[in-house]
Structures are given as structure tokens and as C-alpha cells.
Design a protein around this ligand. Structure first.
Ligand code: SAH
Ligand code: SF4
Length: 389
């Protein structure tokens, strides 16, 4: 296991997921070395309460119970889409709760079955994108490495123990997408360590090609991901085809405007050989006209990217909605006619507010909290500025 750099929980306790082989070895230096492998295997399978590590002697279990923080509880588990979508609410080391979603895709002609987990990297988000429920509610804190990777191992355990049992789906998580709550590259050390742990043969042992990191476009973070030299898919949330509109829809565009962002995307693609994905939330009357589609095609043509069009899910703070089905298809057709590959993403789990990429925190509605920045941007756009220029 490679050494990991992100901070663990405080108070003298050590997050077992952040320890790695060396750290565990140092804790158990008086024990035979196979104990480390045994404990790592438990962690990968989502068993992080030492009391449940039944192949460990009582003395080791007791020592680990003292050192490891209490194993977080699974607070809630809801299902939708006839059992193909599962949302869990997991307690974090800090006491915060975090949501993640498992989406099951039975095998179809030409594609194998998949079990994809969509994970969160922050409690809330500070980026203030006005159409996003997480952005509207603001930032509450960073997740630690254990909080992030547990979202995968908890799902793995539900699959492996048969608590989630869908015909044609194996008992393994096959894909991980960093598309839940928060901006992964604004919790960079933890995201990088999570990617490495998930990929590591001594960790979750997932191929890099099975992972996608979705970012609002933090250029230094894109560079850092690129430096890992792993073919992880990069998904960039574009949402607007020009800086004037993107400054409002994605406020961080003011720090990293389109020119700089697209140059970073191009370098990422050249370095990793991976096809880029651009995400584009379609918002009626704001960014979803055929004119926007033409501008978008001009912007991304030549990058060999795929565009994921996401009809906007309604959120509490803005009166925006997705355009009609016809308008969505016209947008996609315009991109395709210009030689840009594009699909419209079917939203999973909307009935449990768990559309991946828009994990819907109850607190957002309960507290009625919205960021002034998000509200301000929405008000400007509602006042008639359509940002075509
Ligand atoms: N912060 C990262 C990853 C989490 S958001 C990012 O922005 O990329 C994941 C995706 O969900 C993003 O593309 C985001 O724009 C999209 N999303 C956010 N709010 C949405 C909404 N109301 N409807 C549909 N998609 C939304
Ligand atoms: Fe944060 Fe992504 Fe939501 Fe923007 S879209 S506020 S970056 S979670």
C-alpha cells in the first residue's frame, strides 16, 4: 500500500483506511505480518469494526477498538427504480452524515453488468453553482479519507452479503464516480488518496478506467490528477458555452475561465489518453437554446470529448426546470450534427431524491439555507440576462 497523505480523524484515534500497510504494520509490530493483510482484507470488504474481525486474537481486537474511531453507522438505506438504485446515508467520523448512491445496470447486449457507486467528497459545497441543491446550501466541511472510501466499501458489503441482491448483478462494485456532494478537487489530498486506495491492489483493486472524477473545473486539481498518471476519466461540468454565462452558472469560472480550463482538459487528455466527458445541465430559458448548442459545439469540437446532457432536476432555491423533451433532443441533435458526440442522461433515483450528481441533502430544504452568491447569480439570470454573447 502506498503512503497516504490526507489527514485522519483527530483525538489520538487513527482512521484505519488512512493507515496503509506501513501504518498498520507499525501498530502491530509485535504480531506476525499476515495480520496486516488480514485486517486490510476486512477493511476492503467494509468491515471496519475490529470487534467483527473474527480471525484476530482478542488482544489485537481490543487494541484496535481503542485506536480506531467507532465504526460509522449506516443511518438510512432507501431504494428506487425497482431495486436498481440504492441510496445510503452514512455517519462520518466527524458526526456529519453523507449520502452515496449505488446504481445497478444489468448486462445488456454488448455491455457487461455494472454496479456503480456515486460518492461524495465534502459535506455541502462552497462553489455556489445556483442550480445545484448542494451549492445552494453551502459548505459544512471536508470529508476524511475513511469517510470517502467507506461509501464504496459499505455498498460492497451490501452486495457481497446479499442484502442487495439483483439477478444478473455480481457481488462487486465495478465502477466509482466522484459525482456526489461536494467538489472533489476542493478536497484534493483526500480525493487523490481515495483514488489511489481504490486503485491499489492492496486496497480496493479497482481499475483506474472504472473511476470518474467530476469537477467544476479547478485547474490546479486537474493538473494534480494528471500527475498520478492513471487513466481515470475526467468529467468536467461545463454548463455554459461562454464565459459571460458560465461566470453566473459556475461562479468559479471567474478564477479559471473557459480558455484556461479547456487547455487543462486538452493536456489531461493528451497525458492520459482518456476521452474527456463534459457535463451540461440543461436549464430551460437559460442555457438550453439551439444557439447555445452551436456555441458549445464550436467550443469543444476538436477535443474528442463526449457531452453528457443532464436535464435539470428542480431545486428549492431557484424556479428553474429542464427544457421540454423536444428541446433536449434538438440540443443534442445540434451537437451531433456538428460532429460532437452527446447523450441525454437518464436521471436515476429521482423518486428518492438521489439523482447521482445531485445528492439531495434534506438539510437544504429543512434549513431553508441558500448561499447569497447562488441566489444573486440566479436573480441576475432571471432578470433577463441570457448570456448568449
Ligand atoms: N462538484 C462536482 C461533482 C458533483 S456535482 C461537479 O460539479 O462536477 C455532479 C454533477 O451534477 C455536476 O455535473 C453538476 O452540475 C450536476 N448537477 C448539480 N445540480 C444539478 C441539478 N439540479 N440537476 C441536474 N444535475 C445537477
Ligand atoms: Fe458544488 Fe458541483 Fe454543486 Fe457546483 S455543481 S455547487 S461544484 S456540487
Amino acid at each position: 500500500m502506498l503512503p497516504l497523505h490526507s489527514p485522519g480523524p483527530s483525538g489520538g484515534q487513527i482512521d484505519p483506511y488512512a493507515l496503509g500497510r506501513e501504518g498498520l504494520g507499525a501498530l502491530l509490530s509485535d504480531q506476525p505480518s499476515y495480520r496486516v493483510e488480514q485486517i486490510q482484507r476486512w477493511l476492503v470488504r467494509g468491515v471496519d469494526d475490529p470487534a467483527d474481525m473474527t480471525d484476530q486474537p482478542a488482544a489485537v481486537r481490543e487494541r484496535l477498538v481503542e485506536l480506531f474511531p467507532r465504526a460509522p453507522r449506516l443511518l438510512r438505506h432507501t431504494t428506487a427504480d425497482g431495486g436498481l438504485t440504492h441510496k445510503v446515508l452514512l455517519e462520518c467520523a466527524s458526526g456529519e452524515a453523507v449520502e452515496s448512491v449505488l446504481m445497478l445496470y444489468p448486462a445488456r447486449e454488448g455491455s457487461a453488468a455494472r454496479a456503480t457507486v456515486c460518492i461524495s467528497t465534502q459535506a455541502g459545497c462552497a462553489m455556489g453553482c445556483p442550480f445545484c441543491a448542494t451549492g445552494q446550501a453551502g459548505f459544512r466541511g471536508q470529508l476524511g479519507l475513511g469517510d470517502v472510501v467507506r461509501q464504496v466499501t459499505v455498498m460492497q458489503r451490501l452486495l457481497a452479503t446479499g442484502r442487495i441482491d439483483v439477478p444478473g448483478i455480481g457481488d462487486h462494485v465495478t465502477n466509482v464516480v466522484f459525482m456526489g456532494m461536494g467538489e472533489p478537487l476542493a478536497n484534493l489530498a483526500v480525493t487523490v488518496d481515495a483514488v489511489r486506495w481504490l486503485h491499489d491492489p492492496d486496497g480496493f483493486n479497482l481499475s483506474a478506467r472504472s473511476m470518474t472524477v467530476s469537477t467544476v473545473g479547478l485547474v490546479p486539481g486537474i493538473r494534480r490528477l494528471q500527475s498520478l498518471a492513471l487513466p481515470i476519466t475526467l468529467a468536467v461540468s461545463l454548463h455554459a458555452p461562454n464565459d459571460a454565462l458560465r461566470d453566473d452558472l459556475v461562479p468559479v469560472n471567474r478564477q479559471h475561465p473557459l480558455r484556461e480550463l479547456l487547455a487543462a482538459c486538452r493536456r489531461y487528455r493528451e497525458a492520459t489518453g482518456r476521452r474527456l466527458t463534459f457535463e451540461y445541465v440543461l436549464i430551460d430559458g437559460i442555457n438550453a437554446d439551439v444557439g447555445h448548442a452551436r456555441q458549445l459545439a464550436d467550443l469543444v469540437r476538436g477535443l474528442g470529448a463526449h457531452v453528457n446532457l443532464i436535464p435539470m432536476n428542480p431545486t428549492p432555491a431557484v424556479p428553474w426546470k429542464a427544457p421540454s423533451g423536444n428541446a433536449q433532443h434538438a440540443f443534442r441533435a445540434t451537437l451531433q450534427q456538428s460532429g460532437v458526440s452527446a447523450t441525454i442522461r437518464r436521471n436515476r433515483g429521482t423518486e428518492i431524491d438521489a439523482a447521482c450528481g445531485q445528492l439531495y441533502a434534506d438539510y437544504a430544504v429543512a434549513s431553508g439555507k441558500t448561499l447569497p452568491a447562488a441566489r444573486g447569480a440566479a436573480d441576475r439570470l432571471l432578470a433577463g440576462r441570457r448570456g448568449n454573447g
